[in-house]
Design a protein around this ligand. Structure first.
Ligand code: HEC
Ligand code: HEC
Length: 437
């Protein structure tokens, strides 16, 4: 009895032991399985919160230059929410197909060559007949390849035409001359490749944010400054990471559409590209009287179209600079509205006793090369860059003046407009004023 109880007990114990063991194993297994999910959901939440914080920081610190949705502001700063920054290649499919066909064509050509060699070395009639037959096949296939290639080339041209508005905003599709004088279309779908950056996009964004790009003062109205505290900026390292996460979250992978490319207001530019074509043009300087005198004496005629191009960043100044006037002035975003400038000068500014004796041209030249001399009422001082005198030529300033003039119906014209007539009456004032020079 005692024995049986003992066995019973042992069996019970074994049973309890086994049950407990299995139970613990199940529990451990369950926890282990769920830990992964729990962790990744935790990571997702963490990342989502980081992106949210990044969005707030972006709106507060970056949107004034890069646009509220990161689409860039024309003439001010490039887009970050852009297929170009993420390296999406609109031409990849077409180009792959072209490569494939060209490879096939080269293969066929090689096969033809080998058969020609064979014939030259002497072949049987039978083999010759075989070769002739194969030659016909090959030339048929090559004809078809040529047709397909022509078709792909058309598709490519159509795509370039569709992208034209983006190209106008700096999407890098350019026509370049080869050494033999042949013109080729160069497409640079990736911002990182364009800048020769071989590391990741994340590191590109972080480095740019941490250190800024101080040299960009040379080709943008205001540079990209350093944002991290160690570099004298206002943001902590973790905040910089939050912003980077927010920007990286704009990636659409392979789903970027043509509309996305067309929504971008401004693409990145390559420092030092474009510009004065190597001619040495002197900067206009900051001496208003001297500039007015030279404009007149040299019979400079302004070109409003080119003026518009340099004003809106579609072209560089003769000194190869991007001026970005429109980024602040277009639509009156951050400065007096471009379209109203000429009339405002005639009807308001020149009535100001402080500007007694000014002509519109004098006012404009001074506003551009010495913006601090007169601050337009209602606008902040110190916003308009003060170094345009170093960035533009005499011709550039004439072009800008007639461009601004072109928005007005007023008869009071600019003698820079090239009507072939002598300077209008108000110009004599100029000569009088500048006679001291
Ligand atoms: C005062 C205007 C201004 C502000 C504010 C500004 N940026 Fe920039 N940023 C620029 C300019 C201009 C460039 C282009 C520099 C160049 O081309 O070398 C640039 C370039 C960049 C680039 C590199 C893009 C490229 O394609 O080369 C990144 C990334 C960037 N900025 C992020 C930011 C973030 C994030 C903020 C906010 C913390 C910010 N910027 C605030 C003007 C600004
Ligand atoms: C960073 C912003 C900014 C840029 C870039 C800029 N401006 Fe201005 N500009 C201003 C502001 C702000 C004012 C008004 C305050 C003042 O008078 O300085 C102004 C004033 C002017 C005025 C006087 C307008 C009036 O209604 O009386 C002219 C003309 C002008 N700018 C031309 C230009 C030209 C041309 C360029 C490019 C070569 C340019 N600006 C680039 C901000 C800018």
């Amino acid at each position: 009895m005692l024995q049986r109880m003992l066995i019973d007990k042992i069996e019970n114990r074994i049973l309890v032991g086994i049950v407990a063991f299995v139970g613990v194993m199940i529990l451990v297994g369950w926890v282990a399985i769920n830990e992964g999910a729990r962790m990744s959901s935790f990571e997702r939440q963490f990342e989502a919160r980081s992106i949210e914080r990044g969005a707030e920081l972006f709106a507060a610190n970056c949107s004034t230059c890069h646009g509220a949705e990161g689409l860039g502001i024309n003439g001010r700063a490039p887009a970050l929410n852009s297929p170009h920054l993420f390296g999406y290649d609109y031409f990849a499919e077409i180009n792959n197909e072209i490569d494939r066909l060209q490879e096939r064509d080269a293969e066929l050509e090689a096969e033809l060559g080998a058969m020609m060699d064979e014939i030259r070395a002497g072949v049987s009639d039978e083999r010759r007949a075989e070769i002739l037959e194969r030659q016909t096949e090959i030339s048929e296939e090559r004809d078809s390849i040529a047709t397909q290639l022509a078709d792909l080339e058309t598709q490519k041209q159509d795509l370039i035409v569709a992208l034209q508005p983006a190209i106008d905003n700096g999407y890098p599709i350019t026509t370049q001359l080869t050494a033999d004088g042949e013109s080729v279309t160069v497409i640079q779908p990736s911002r990182l490749a364009q800048l020769g950056w071989s590391n990741t996009l994340e590191s590109f964004i972080l480095t740019t944010l941490i250190h800024g790009r101080p040299t960009s003062i040379g080709y943008w109205p205001q540079p990209m400054v350093a944002w991290e505290q160690t570099a004298g900026g206002p943001l902590r390292r973790d905040q910089i990471q939050d912003i980077a996460n927010y920007i990286l979250n704009w990636d659409k992978g392979n789903d970027w559409t043509l509309e996305d490319a067309l929504r971008v207001q401004q693409y990145g530019i390559v420092p030092g590209l474009g510009g004065g074509g190597g001619e040495q043009v002197p900067p206009v300087g900051v001496d208003v009287d001297a500039i007015l005198q030279r404009l007149e004496e040299q019979n400079i005629v302004g070109d409003p179209v080119r003026g518009g191009q340099i004003y809106t960043n579609a072209a560089t100044s003769q000194l190869g600079r991007r001026l970005g006037c429109s980024g602040c002035h277009m639509g009156g975003v951050a400065a007096p509205n471009t379209e109203e400038t000429w009339d405002a000068i005639l009807n308001e500014r020149l009535n100001d006793p402080a500007l007694a004796g000014y002509t519109p041209e004098r006012y404009l030249v001074e506003s551009i090369v010495q913006p601090g001399n007169y601050i337009v009422p209602g606008w902040p001082a110190g916003q308009m860059p003060a170094n345009f005198g170093e960035q533009i030529s005499l011709q550039d300033i004439a072009d800008i003046i007639v461009y601004l003039r072109s928005y007005s119906d007023s008869e009071v014209g600019s003698w820079l407009e090239g009507t072939g007539e002598a300077a209008p009456a108000d110009n004599t004032e100029n000569s009088e004023e500048s006679s001291g020079e």
